[in-house]
Design a binder for this molecule. Structure first.
Ligand SMILES: Nc1ncnc2c1ncn2[C@@H]1O[C@H](COP(=O)(O)OP(=O)(O)OP(=O)(O)O)[C@@H](O)[C@H]1O
Length: 469
């Protein structure tokens, strides 16, 4: 009878006699102390060279004054240090952006690499299960580089051979807790390399007031709010279709109204028309005057309005055929943006089957053929359940605001979005912190971008409607 021994090595040793004690003795090779010392010194010197190669400025800033101090005393050490500090201070005051770009963020990156990421790297990798222990040797992914900017640290990482980005995106919680950040995003830089983004603070924590109406008419990307890195969030509406999904109170209205606000000058110039479908009779009725009669709330009226949009689209397509392949807004052929608040009221939850089919068919026609002829759809959706999700694929660009369940994130943004860091189910339900916050996934990029829409208040909407009147 064979008896297997527990443990790492002895599991290969078997005994044919029951209850025989097997003594496992590893071979011990005595290493002379001098060899151990030489190895340690060689590692230390190699580490110093690596440090000097990777962080020459930070090392010189410390090493030069320290060398002068040791050789000539502290007074001499102050001679280069004081003018250098004064020059840096003057640079920081006079031209802050370039100072931050060339010095500030680099120093911060060095400090955070030294104090947080390098120090915790091995323990976090081991505990998170990203390091591997094979035949007594430990293999740890390599931290290649740390860069910092105004809101986040970005770590370039060389994965272990055979690892996949999914191994890392499955552990974003371990990584964010391990390095003391609120969240972590994983993006592939190139084969075998990842970029991990750790935000240091949340620039979207405070609500953003309604943005000023643009000075010139444009149908180009419209400024809706701010991105996580502090840059403006520009949303393309002309030439695409956008789906906004979020639980009740997530702030879908702020995206719709910010978009309308950004298009106001073009509406005034006659280059844009907004057609509004408002089955809930709540959101869009407030600015009815803006839509020039193209407003419907009753499902039957909504179906008529959608059919009219389809007919405009077909007429244009017939005129454009063989003449032009893309649409440029003109007074004769303005960009038509069909805004639908709570699209599921008209499709999945509509009890009249004929009406439901008519509306679904019109929406599908608009979203599949409308963008080349200047007809776009911006639709809002409250509860992304399975039965309403078949419309998702009609929209190239998607936005997920706060959602109730983690599975809904991929339902809205597409497979793998949550693994890539779109934690829409974790957005705060407190309106001042979380309303209008969401993740955008564009047709051209699989990586979700965290954004916050500016809040267009009832007062702002009234002012906009008053202006058009
Ligand atoms: N961008 C924003 N910034 C800050 N607060 C906001 C923002 N958008 C909305 N809010 C706040 O959240 C509340 C709910 O917003 P809103 O009604 O637009 O959400 P919704 O997603 O349209 O909800 P519902 O589906 O129930 O209509 C608003 O009354 C407002 O106080």
């Amino acid at each position: 009878m064979f008896k297997r021994m527990p443990g790492d090595e002895p599991h290969r040793i078997v005994s044919t006699t029951p209850d025989t004690a097997v003594v496992f003795k590893p071979a011990v090779v005595q290493t002379p102390a001098i060899i151990t010392l030489v190895i340690f010194i060689a590692r230390f010197v190699a580490g110093l060279f690596r440090l000097a190669w990777r962080h020459p400025i930070a090392l010189a800033a410390v090493a030069v004054p320290a060398g002068l101090c040791l050789t000539y005393g502290w007074r001499v050490a102050l001679l280069p240090v004081v003018p250098a500090l004064v020059a840096m201070g003057a640079w920081a005051v006079l031209d802050r952006p370039t100072f931050l770009r060339w010095v500030g963020w680099r120093l911060l990156a060095f400090a955070r690499w030294f104090w947080i990421y390098r120090r915790h790297w091995q323990p976090v990798m081991t505990v998170a299960g990203l390091a591997r222990h094979i035949s007594g040797r430990e293999y740890v992914p390599r931290l290649v580089k740390v860069t910092s900017d105004s809101w986040a640290d970005r770590l370039t990482v060389r994965m272990l051979d055979g690892q996949a980005a999914k191994d890392w995106s499955d552990r974003i919680e371990n990584l964010s807790h391990g390095f003391g950040s609120e969240s972590c995003r994983v993006a592939v830089a190139k084969a075998g390399r990842l970029v991990l983004t750790f935000p240091r603070h949340d620039p979207l924590a405070a609500p953003i007031a309604a943005l000023p109406i643009p000075g010139t008419p444009t149908v180009g990307p419209v400024e809706i709010g701010r991105q996580e890195d502090g840059s403006p969030w520009l949303l393309r509406l002309h030439g695409t279709h956008v789906l906004v999904a979020g639980a009740t109170g997530a702030g879908k209205g702020s995206i719709i109204w910010s978009a309308i606000r950004g298009l106001m000058p073009a509406m005034r110039a006659g280059l844009v028309e907004i057609w509004a479908l408002d089955p809930k009779l709540m959101e869009l009725s407030y600015g009815k005057a803006l839509f020039g009669g193209r407003y419907a709330a009753d499902p039957a009226d909504c179906a008529d309005l959608l059919d009219e949009a389809v007919s405009v689209m077909h007429k244009r397509a017939a005129r454009f055929a063989g003449v032009q392949r893309s649409h440029t807004p003109t007074l004769d052929d303005p960009f038509v943006l069909v805004v639908v608040d709570e699209v599921a009221f008209l499709t999945a939850y509509q009890s009249d089957r004929q009406l439901r089919q008519r509306i679904s068919a019109a929406l599908a026609t608009l979203t599949t053929q409308g963008r080349a002829v200047g007809v776009g759809v911006l639709a809002a959706l409250q509860g992304p359940r399975k039965e309403v999700m078949n419309i998702r694929n009609l929209f190239p660009d998607k936005i997920a605001l706060r959602l109730d369940e983690s599975e809904q994130v991929d339902m809205v943004l597409g497979d793998g979005a949550r693994d890539r860091g779109a934690l829409a189910d974790r957005i705060s339900p407190r309106p001042e912190r979380g309303a209008g916050v969401g993740y955008v996934r564009l047709e051209i990029s699989p990586d979700p971008i965290r954004v916050r829409a500016a809040y267009v208040s009832d007062y702002d909407i009234r002012a906009m409607a008053g202006e058009v009147r």
